[in-house]
Design a protein around this ligand. Sequence first.
Ligand code: ADP
Ligand code: GN1
Ligand code: MG
Length: 355
Amino acid sequence: MSEYMHLYKDVAEQFCLVGDVTEICPYGEGHINQTFLVTTTEKRYILQKMNTRVFTDPDSLMANICGVTEHLQARGIETLNVIPTKEGKSFLKGADCYRVYDFIENTVTYQKVTDKEVFKNSGKAFGEFQNYLAEFDASKLTETIKRFHDTPKRFADFKAALEADAFNRAKDCREEIEFILSHEPTYGIAMADLKSGALPLRVTHNDTKLNNILMDEKTGAARAVIDLDTIMPGSMLFDFGDSIRFGASTAAEDEKDLDKVHFDIELFQAYAEGYCEAVRDSITDREAQLLPYGAYLMTIECGMRFLADYLSGDTYFATKYEGHNLVRCRTQIRLASEMEASFEAMDKIIAEILK
Ligand code: ADP
Ligand code: GN1
Ligand code: MG
């Protein structure tokens, strides 16, 4: 019996699975939950050990996910399918919490864009997802992580981690720290505009990176938006921006060789075409004007989050080696600085698409 079968077979068997469990193995590249592929004699499932340090209220979290997935299913849209426990609950609650989804077959997730058309398809799908959420009653949602994309708050957290420097690591990343500190004046625009009403508050996904969407392995079309843990009120800038942060790069998020990491304006254009086409009827002028800023903001915010986690001893994001978070931070800084130099080009592209 494999190590993971040994550890998790009893857990898996507490859910309403079809068939007998024959194999369990780690799956995917998520940074937050522990994800496993469960194979039975009949079909496959995803089992997740939920990260209750990050999501401290699993009951509300699962209520959000059940609400949203039922809303989508009722409209015939392919989405995650929550498999209940044998006691009829949406997740298994104990010292650790677990949930199971149907494995969505014949799909792939990408860690890097390999095809412009696929990236454009993902933009269209995230845009359409935004439209579906617009029809969802926001009062039914609990905010799973407070102030998730409040960049000034993220900056304050970063400064606290730097101040503590609990692992004496600040000495290894002076340049990166300086970059984050020196850009403070750029951090407040989205939150200020949300507060004043200049930007509309919407229900957003908030974690729209490319590996949170399943693409059809044959056609490259988008099949399902996944990782629904962070659906909550936010700005369109967050969803558009986070996709660009991850996908409009010439390299992986954790590429060590910075010479390979560049912001790719053609990929930006491909995604923007797909996304804007989908939200054309609802996007406001101010949102359209700030989409390029959203890309920059999500990138530098993610950079400061990786750096804060590095300084705090890597307790938030899953890491594979010491310094992994610093490597990730460096790619985000490289991308953010190239985006800063490309605002004019990005503005032109958005204006052209939406004209
Ligand atoms: P995390 O919150 O850790 O990012 P995700 O929910 O995004 O966890 O899952 C991690 C990965 O597992 C995804 O990027 C995807 O590759 C895969 N995955 C998750 N759910 C499914 C599913 N229902 N069907 C197929 N693959 C899935
Ligand atoms: C995390 O869960 P995952 O791996 O899809 C994180 C995002 C970051 C991303 C960086 C809940 O996403 O906010 O942008 O890593 N999710 C959470 O890759 O913090
Ligand atoms: Mg994920």
